[in-house]
Design a protein around this ligand. Structure first.
Ligand code: FAD
Length: 520
């Protein structure tokens, strides 16, 4: 009889007793109230009907929390964090701040833990706008960017840096970066914040800025919610334009397209917003644009056939006020004369600043009406160094991407000099890098697996070709992968975790650190 066999015989009865014991402990701990009535808060906890907190925009990961906190005061959040701390690591309880739940892989979820519904905090906190030389707005971190825009416009002001979609919360985008077509000039949203109020993983409420508690301030920006829950933010503003000239032109050659993009983001006198799209195998493209954009040369444009070709669309805007329309037209004419797009493909429209900034919401309404908005979103966002973008484009856009009919593929460069390297966000090693975003929707039984395997092939190629690509809105499931993602910055990230959330209570959905296990 081998040792294993003997030990099985010997230990079987004891094992069953142990199993029963463990089951009882688990059952007891589940029955034990996550939140005792002695915890005094001004908001409320909900223990049922919390399915919404187990959903996100990605619609692929669903983890039900034990409770959802609807805070009324910042102190509600601090008390909850302190309570979880007091329960000790054995409770396994974690806390996730939920902004608007537009994460892709469960990042704002807390399996069996506590989700904090940040939008509830807004009711107790008015937006406060300060004019003057350096105008700013103080907002609750659960505020949606679209509401901030509307409020600031009443004072003729607006934030400087945006995301393409404004129905996201301040806390949610500042935990990543917040990148859009203004980032080449102003940097991402995390470069446009003067001050934060944060509840750390120790339950302390700390006001921080580049001057005061700077390590926490920089750590939280792009920090994936790992060091604290942002409760309030002071965001830089600028005078808001009234109108926007919105321009689209097409290229058939990627290197010509990207050279023009890079020249534009490096110039002093340039457009106010610079992005780009990859278009593969899309029929009737130019005809679709005609409903909202006018071709500069209608006859030439009508002869342009996009069918089947891989094209690159440069998207630009110039802000203006109606009284300066003539000057702006001259300026645009000059800027366009420096570009090398296909001449017949110049399309222009004029919309209000609000309509331009809220453009993706219009697309959302259309997709919702077709039942396509709530489908799973196997998105992949990459930051690609400038020196590797042609290689990337040749292989990925040229060979791997078969069409772009299920959602846009964005590609545009930004200047690294506009990013603060003290924040937690991880960037490629070059002065200019591209955001490349694959943004499809796909039903479970209709292509989801294909998109997931395409994403894997793209990532494998980047790895094999050593392109130095970094994921934006990163998704990894093991600490080895996270270490590789952070590279030399891992040490700082871990030090900050130890300083501000040593028991790994916060943002478990990012899967960087595990509660109850040594975080090192
Ligand atoms: P959630 O999904 O609720 O939370 C995201 C993460 O942040 C979670 O880990 C959560 O725990 C944490 N978190 C939330 N609130 C706080 C807080 N107050 N304090 C600390 N941590 C917090 N991103 C861009 O940069 N540019 C774009 O153009 C862009 N466009 C998008 C368009 C669409 C349609 C969608 C769905 C997403 C887009 N994103 C874009 C990505 C978006 O910025 C992130 O997914 C962002 O996290 C979503 O914000 P949210 O409020 O929904 O956050």
């Amino acid at each position: 009889m081998s040792f294993m066999e003997r030990s099985n015989i010997l230990f079987t009865p004891n094992l069953s007793i142990l199993l029963v014991f463990f089951c009882m402990v688990i059952k007891l701990s589940l029955c034990f109230p996550v939140i005792p009535s002695s915890l005094k808060i001004q908001g409320s906890f909900s223990f049922h009907g919390n399915e919404f907190a187990a959903r996100d925009f990605g619609n692929r990961y669903h983890f039900l929390p034990s409770a959802v906190l609807f805070p009324k005061k910042v102190s509600d959040i601090a008390s909850t964090v302190k309570h979880v701390l007091q329960m000790g690591p054995a409770s396994g309880l974690t806390i996730a701040a939920r902004g608007h739940g537009h994460s892709l892989q469960g990042q704002s979820q807390a399996p069996q833990g506590i989700v904090i519904n940040m939008e509830s905090l807004i009711s107790g906190q008015e937006m406060q706008i300060h004019r003057g030389r350096f105008p700013f707005v103080d907002v609750s971190a659960g505020e949606l960017w679209i509401n901030i825009l509307h409020e600031c416009l009443k004072y003729g002001l607006a934030p400087k840096s945006w995301t393409d979609y404004l129905h996201l919360t301040v806390g949610g985008t500042l935990s990543n970066a917040g990148i859009s077509g203004q980032a080449f000039r102003h940097g991402p949203q995390i470069s446009n914040v003067y001050q934060l109020e944060v509840v750390t993983g120790k339950g302390e409420v700390v006001v921080c800025s580049a001057e005061k508690n700077a390590d926490l301030f920089h750590g939280v920006l792009g920090g994936l919610g790992q060091f604290g829950i942002i409760t309030r933010a002071r965001i830089a503003l600028e005078p808001a334009p009234k109108m926007v000239k919105w321009i689209r032109v097409l290229y058939s050659d990627f290197s010509t397209f990207s050279r023009d993009q890079e020249n534009l983001i490096s110039a002093e006198n340039t457009f106010d917003y610079i992005e780009g799209l990859v278009i593969v195998n899309k029929t009737g493209l130019v005809n679709n644009w005609r409903s909202s954009f006018s071709p500069e040369e209608p006859e030439q444009a009508s002869k342009f056939v996009s069918d089947g070709k891989t094209l690159f669309c440069l998207e630009l805007t110039k802000n203006f006020d109606p009284e300066e329309s003539d000057n702006i037209n001259q300026e645009i004419k000059f800027l366009l004369s420096e570009l090398n797009y296909i001449p017949s493909t110049l399309f222009v429209t004029e919309v209000s600043y609000t309509k331009f900034l809220d453009r993706v919401h219009s697309a959302e309404l259309k997709l919702r009406s077709k039942g396509l908005w709530d489908l799973p979103h196997p998105w992949l966002n990459l930051l690609v160094p400038r020196s590797k973008i042609n290689n990337f484009a040749e292989v990925v856009f040229g060979n791997m991407l078969t069409d772009t009919n299920n959602g846009p593929v964005l590609v545009y460069p930004v200047n690294k000099s506009k990013w603060d390297n003290k924040t937690s966000v991880v960037l490629p090693e070059e002065d200019i890098f591209y955001l490349v975003a694959f943004l499809p929707h796909a039903a479970e039984n209709d292509g989801l697996q294909n998109f997931l395997s395409l994403n894997k092939r793209i990532l494998d190629f980047c790895e094999a070709a050593s392109l130095g690509v970094k994921q934006y809105l990163p998704f990894y499931t093991t600490q080895v992968e996270w270490r590789r993602h952070f590279g030399a910055r891992w040490e700082t990230f871990v030090q900050r975790k130890l300083a501000y959330d040593p028991f790994a209570i916060l943002a478990p959905g990012q899967r960087v650190f595990q509660r109850s296990i040594s975080i090192l």
